[in-house]
Design a protein around this ligand. Structure first.
Ligand SMILES: [Zn+2]
Length: 504
């Protein structure tokens, strides 16, 4: 099957190509076959022709960090700091255990949103409560197989009790609550590793390579040495990205200080920091931490909207860029963004760092944000040279935007208007691996009204909904004390923007 996209304004993001060009793009199977001057490629009866006159063609957006299991919970929580947010987010209540069908449907919810808005690739660092099973993993991957998005899935599971992951709590909690947090998680190390092996063996490379596995340890403080080493071995053996959340919050910086070394240093000393790593958030780090990440060649997944939603702070963008650290962009989960819209993430990445540094020469430029989105995203997925640009030999993951919209009228500066004006409403076509997945606002792979109706009824039927507040209540005062104590600690760094009177 061949598709000829004719007479587009092309922003290819391919090295060596012009910034923009008027072009025809011939797609053959799942690959970009030819990019040639507009009007120069002949069509034939076997080729489907798409007239792109008046439209921009560019690579599909890459969501480098996401967690699908809370797709049905968008908007359900107020803004709270991560440690308190997690008390409410997905407690281990029997009534919240998903059926495989529920996991399938909720996975499709955000995939549908991403595809309609032009996101063609996603890295899903999925956590399952109480634990992953082969059936649930299969349901999530089947959803990605069916909807047509390019997806990597990892299992973000801790194998340690909750108590050791947070500072101060062990001494503050009464015995009954302390004992409950000292209990091991439902699945042990061998069960968790068996699930990751199932994911790799069953799904990695399927759907013509569109579906892929990754490995996740969630965070250094959440896993034992033997589990971390086994995950790293799997990542190495199969050349898979290794997802790890490090120093998202001030409280996590305090935890490292209490233990005697930062969580980045801890992770590196345990031998797991490598160029396969996606270090997620990387906010409360010092220069030595960033030096370690740069020396290892690891990428950082930057989620500026989630970081604001949870009040985590602002990653020092320029410090990372100065060290040559690859930055990719992500939404994080749909309960902490909650729109799963990479245009909004790009805009926030293009704005938030302006208040972090008075020297405007160091503020991110639009082209730099777009480079994070495409080049950074492709590299984080270990798909550099396959996605993130439009050039012969690349995977045909592309989107077509109508330039006759308010976002681009008049067209003054394409890159700035992509970052600061577009919100996904100009996207007219989404193609993944050569297949047209969405056209003129309609998904071709999903019956969206039926999906929405089923998601509503499945969510309403969840027996555990409404019990989360009750489950969190006994812990809340202790978590709040812990959080405020960590907030008051002098860490020698600031990654937030507190109001301060000039005279104070
Ligand atoms: Zn995350």
């Amino acid at each position: 099957m061949k598709i000829l996209v004719r007479n587009a304004l092309l922003r290819s993001f391919a090295p060596g190509r012009p910034h923009t060009e008027h072009a025809d793009i011939l797609v053959s199977g799942d690959t970009i076959d030819t990019v040639a001057p507009a009007g120069s490629l002949p069509d034939d009866p076997q080729t489907q022709v798409i007239d792109a006159t008046g439209h921009l063609v560019m690579p599909g957006l890459i969501n480098a960090h996401f967690h699908s299991p809370v797709n049905h919970l968008k908007g359900s929580l107020p803004s709270l700091p991560l440690e308190i947010f997690m008390l409410y987010e997905s407690p281990n209540l029997p009534g919240l255990k998903p059926s495989p069908r529920f996991a399938y449907v909720r996975t499709l919810l955000a995939a549908a949103e991403m595809l309609k808005l032009g996101t063609t690739s996603v890295q899903d660092d999925a956590f399952f409560v109480p634990q992953p099973t082969p059936e649930i993993i299969d349901a999530v991957m089947q959803a990605y197989a069916d909807c047509g998005i390019r997806a990597r899935l990892a299992l973000d599971q801790s194998n340690l009790p909750e108590l050791g992951k947070l500072p101060y709590l062990a001494e503050a909690l009464p015995a009954e609550l302390r004992n409950s947090l000292a209990a091991p998680p439902p699945a042990d190390t061998s069960e968790l590793l068996a699930c990751t092996r199932h994911l790799i063996e069953t799904w990695h490379g399927k759907s013509g390579g569109r579906l892929m596995a990754a490995v996740s340890c969630s965070a250094p403080q959440r896993v034992s040495d033997d589990y971390l080493a086994a995950l790293d071995d799997l990542s190495k053996a199969h050349d898979l990205p290794f997802y790890v959340h490090i120093l998202e919050t001030r409280t996590q910086r305090v935890l490292g200080n209490v233990r005697g070394r930062s969580l980045v240093q801890d992770f590196a000393a345990r031998g797991a920091l490598s160029d396969r790593c996606n270090v997620i958030h990387a906010i409360w780090m010092d220069d030595a931490d960033y030096d370690l990440i740069a020396a290892a060649g690891a990428c950082v997944a930057h989620n500026p909207i989630s970081n604001l939603r949870l009040g985590s702070g602002v990653m020092p963008f320029r410090r990372l860029r100065e060290r040559g650290i690859t930055i990719a962009l992500g939404t994080d989960e749909a309960i902490a963004d909650d729109s799963v819209n990479m245009w909004a993430v790009a805009k926030m990445a293009g704005l938030i760092h302006n208040i972090a540094d008075p020297d405007y020469a160091r503020w991110p430029q639009a082209a730099e944000v777009l480079a994070c989105l495409f080049t950074g995203g492709a590299r984080a997925m270990r798909q550099a040279g396959r996605i993130g640009a439009i050039a012969p030999g690349m995977q045909a993951d592309l989107i077509m935007l109508d330039l006759d919209t308010l976002a681009f009228t008049p067209l003054n500066d394409l890159d700035r208007q992509l970052v600061y004006c577009e919100n996904g409403s100009s996207v007219r076509l989404t193609m993944v691996a050569g297949a047209i997945i969405a056209r003129d606002g309609k998904l071709l792979t999903i019956d969206e009204p039926a999906l929405r109706a089923e998601a509503r009824s499945l969510a309403a039927a969840l027996a555990g909904a409404g019990q989360t507040e009750q489950a969190a209540a006994p812990y809340l005062p202790y978590y709040r004390d812990m959080y405020l104590r960590a907030a008051a600690a002098d860490l020698g760094m600031l990654r937030a923007v507190p109001h301060k009177d000039w005279t104070a």
